[in-house]
Design a protein around this ligand. Sequence first.
Ligand SMILES: Cc1ncc(C[n+]2csc(CCOP(=O)(O)OP(=O)(O)O)c2C)c(N)n1
Ligand SMILES: [Mg+2]
Length: 287
Amino acid sequence: MADKKRVANLKLQAAKCRQNVLRMVRAGGHGHVGGALSSLDIVTALYFDKMNVDPENPKMEDRDRFLLSAGHKCLAQYAVLAEKGFFDKEVLDTYGKLAAKIPGHPDMHKLPGVEANTGALGHGMSIANGMAMAGKLDGKDYKVYAITGDGELPEGSNWEAAVAAAKFGLDNLVVFVDNNGLQISGDVTKVMDMRPIDEKFKAFGWAVKYIDGNDMNQILDALDSIPEEKGKPTMILCDTVKAKGLSFGENKAGFHFWNATEELLDQAEKEMAELVSKLEKEKEELV
Ligand SMILES: Cc1ncc(C[n+]2csc(CCOP(=O)(O)OP(=O)(O)O)c2C)c(N)n1
Ligand SMILES: [Mg+2]
């Protein structure tokens, strides 16, 4: 079990990052909030607890790498990069504007901290493989983390990457599956049923862990035990809630992409501000 203060701090950071997501929705009027909010706790734990990164030097040679394969979840990446100090928070207010540094899918040429352009689903795991293999060949000990979506897994290129990662023994590679049960057009199992995801990865030669991906304790425990098995890539299958933190949107396919109304956005901002104050108090009580 992770230390209480460590968990309390990360929960607070995640809530602040959710506020950043809402700030972008306020600016642009819309966004892919569903997958951003389901994966956000994982991205927060990576950047605020695990990854060796320097916001002042985003290209630092030995940095850990992060690939958001499901690039439409980018509001999570932008929110966390901003909170971590990779860029000025005022940039969040440009979401949805022409030529913004934070477009609808991440662009490595526009925003520091973005390792690759993603959004055409199915590519992140292959890019992550290449980075992990380069690390091995160069004798570096950085790790490569990638997030893929459950609705992204039917893309065949993922499975080419999965077999190659095992063949090359990439135990510096960690892939999270944001298993929120929904994709753009509804229930993932109705669109293309990929279950059992864990057994499939195991059969491909991966070490697999199964957690609640919105539970900071479980995320940290999984991250603390990487590599799960020496010589094997790790897959962390994360059960998550789509639109986690939007009281009126959780687990609803309609919140894959949210065209926000003033009224609901006001409500979400209020609820998130209350959560931040509650978590601030909880954190202070532990000091
Ligand atoms: C190659 C490709 N095909 C289709 C799409 C359109 N698309 C965008 S998001 C999405 C659903 C992805 O589902 P999932 O991975 O479960 O992510 P979540 O909706 O849960 O965030 C699809 C099909 C795309 N971006 N790229
Ligand atoms: Mg999904």
